[in-house]
Every structure is written in C-alpha cells, then in structure tokens.
Design a protein around this ligand. Structure first.
Ligand SMILES: Cc1ncc(C[n+]2csc(CCO)c2C)c(N)n1
Length: 231
C-alpha cells in the first residue's frame, strides 16, 4: 500500500508539535495553572487570527474543483465562525469583554506575520496550497486537545476544561480529519518537487504555531519600544 502523504508529514512535524506540549503556555493550560491574563491575550489574538483564517476556508471553497471539496471548506468555515469562535466569545464574556470589543483587537506582530504568510501562500497556486496552509492549524490543535484530554483533571478544570473539551471533541476531530483527507487526496498524483513545496508550508505553519504559543506566554504585541505607546 502506498504511504499516505500525511504519514510523511507526520515524521517532519511530530518533533515540532511535541515541543508545544512542553511549552509553558500549553503545559499551564493542561495542568490548570496558566495565568488568566496570558490566556486572555491568547483569546484576543486568536480571535483576530481566526477572522483572517476564515478567509482561507472561503478561498478553498472558491478554488475547489468539485462540490465535495467545496462543501468541506464551507463546513470548515461554518465550524470556525460558529463553533470555535463561540468558545472565544464565551471566554471573553467571563472577562467582561463583548464580541465587538474582541473583534476590535489589534493584531500582534506574530499574529500579523502568521496570517499574512498563510493568506499569501493560499492565494498562490491552486487548491493544494490552501489545503497545506490550513492543515497544521486544524490538525495540531486537535493533537494538543487530545493529548491534554488525557492529562489528569484537564477536561474537568473549572476554567480551562472547556478549551480542552472543545479541541479534543468529536466535532473538532472530524474537522481535522477532513483536512487530513483533503491533503492526502490532493497529494496522490503530485510529483516530488510539488510535494516538497507543500511539506515546507506545513513545516513553516508549524513553526508559526510555536511562535503563537510563545507570543501568548509573553503577552507580546510589537517588540518596538515606541509601538507600545500607540497601543
Ligand atoms: C493559532 C491557532 N492555530 C490553530 C487554531 C485551531 N484552528 C484554527 S481553524 C480550525 C478548524 C476549525 O475551526 C482550528 C481547529 C487556532 N484556534 N489558533
């Protein structure tokens, strides 16, 4: 049997994704001791990240060659706007932040760099670039969610439990699996030099995922002294 493209990708990304589980932000989330101000920073940045990210799913739908792929992207778009962003809106209300305020969040340097990179590669070439750009995000969050769900009391935590439940849920696992199936189908008849480009996109977005955790941990915005005065 031919090896799946995601088996090959897994060999590349596994060490990067394992390092997320060692990162203090993710560890603190899973063990329940994460500083709420750091989480608030993640929640606000992630909200504006997801707005830009949703455009990728819309792009995927527009670039699709068949109705089934178009539907998968439309489902991913719907899932992001209505399931995933609901999690953020619910957490925001616990902090006394409205959905409108959340939407007004100024994107930090890492958020801007990450979404700009994804939108840039997704707009180049065909549907395969778009699928490669969304893969690490959906798959790695599900990987983290499922890993944390196995940690003692993570699912039951009074504050962070909802986060772990959401990303380890069957619905989210199904969305991540849709992305995995899409890239495997697309990779089937591609020559090696094209697969190498897709692999590079998945590795780069995996690096950006680490940077996003790190940005939240340090509550970073723009690391320029005068920029802080304007925020
Ligand atoms: C930085 C960052 N990376 C990935 C995700 C997770 N995510 C983004 S889209 C999607 C699929 C369906 O909504 C998932 C799981 C996130 N929230 N924030």
């Amino acid at each position: 049997m031919q090896q799946l493209f995601t088996d090959r990708l897994w060999k590349k990304v596994e060490p990067i994704w394992k390092s997320y589980l060692e990162h203090p932000f993710v560890k603190g989330l899973g063990e329940g001791w994460l500083d709420k101000e750091k989480f608030k920073h993640w929640m606000k940045q992630d909200y504006v990240y997801l707005i830009e990210y949703s455009r990728l799913f819309a792009l995927g739908s527009a670039k699709a060659h068949d109705l089934s792929t178009m539907t998968t992207f439309a489902n991913l778009l719907h899932g992001t706007l209505h399931m995933e962003m609901d999690l953020h809106r619910n957490y925001a209300s616990k902090f006394g932040i409205t959905a409108d305020e959340l939407e007004e969040t100024e994107a930090a340097a890492t958020t801007t760099a990450y979404t700009s990179y994804m939108l840039n590669v997704a707009q180049q070439g065909g549907i395969e670039n778009t699928v490669a750009a969304v893969l690490a995000c959906a798959w790695s969050y599900n990987y983290i969610g499922k890993a944390l769900a196995a940690w003692p009391n993570a699912l039951e935590h009074e504050f962070y439990g909802n986060w772990v439940q959401m990303y380890s849920s069957e619905d989210f696992t199904a969305l991540a699996n849709d992305c995995i199936d899409l890239i495997n189908t697309i990779a089937e008849d591609k020559p090696e030099h094209e697969l190498a480009i897709l692999e590079d996109i998945v590795v780069k977005t995996s690096y950006f995922e680490y940077m996003f955790w790190d940005m939240a941990e340090h509550q970073a915005m723009w690391p320029v002294p005068v920029a802080a005065q304007n925020l």
